[in-house]
Design a protein around this ligand. Structure first.
Ligand SMILES: [Zn+2]
Length: 164
């Protein structure tokens, strides 16, 4: 091997502050990073895949869902993860983008809210002793999905609590 870059990374074992499942869409990467910092999450096991929470809520195949569940299982086993953040975002290409909802942001948010709750329920049913938090990322910030709104049709203003 030939060294091509010098950087001193932390060594030794660590306990993860959270595992974070989110989409690889570059447009949300800065918002997610800053949100995690604001949440005090410094050591995150990042599970970054196309669609994020969609891989659990509406997987393209069983392999995809099993693979992501295994990633969470590994984070819990290896880094004692107790907190899991599941995220999806507006205009995600894996959902056909905002165009799939004919540009209706409320309809898109409602669809994602249901998806995120389904992903959360799958995780809480699969693993004991973890707290799962569902978040929807929009171009103006990160929104916490509100359990109380489950099954109702709301604008995102009502359905989520803005955090950042
Ligand atoms: Zn996406």
């Amino acid at each position: 091997m030939r060294k091509v870059f010098h950087f001193d990374s932390p060594s030794g074992p660590y306990v993860a502050d959270a595992a974070v499942l989110c989409c690889f869409d570059h447009r949300i990467s800065t918002a997610v990073r800053k949100f995690l910092k604001k949440q005090g999450i410094e050591r995150a096991d990042m599970i970054i895949v196309a669609g994020g929470a969609k891989t659990l809520a509406s997987p393209r195949n069983d392999f995809e869902q099993d693979f992501i569940l295994e990633q969470v299982r590994m984070s819990i086993r290896l880094h004692q993860t107790k907190r899991v953040l599941v995220m999806s975002h507006s205009d995600c290409a894996t959902y056909g983008g905002l165009a799939h909802f004919n540009g209706d942001r409320d309809a898109e948010a409602e669809h994602h809210r249901v998806e995120l709750l389904r992903a959360r329920d799958l995780l809480t049913a699969s693993f004991e002793h973890i707290a799962v938090e569902p978040y929807f990322v929009k171009s103006d910030g990160v929104w916490l999905v509100n359990e109380a709104d489950h099954g109702q049709s709301h604008s995102v203003t009502d359905a989520g609590r803005k955090l950042a």
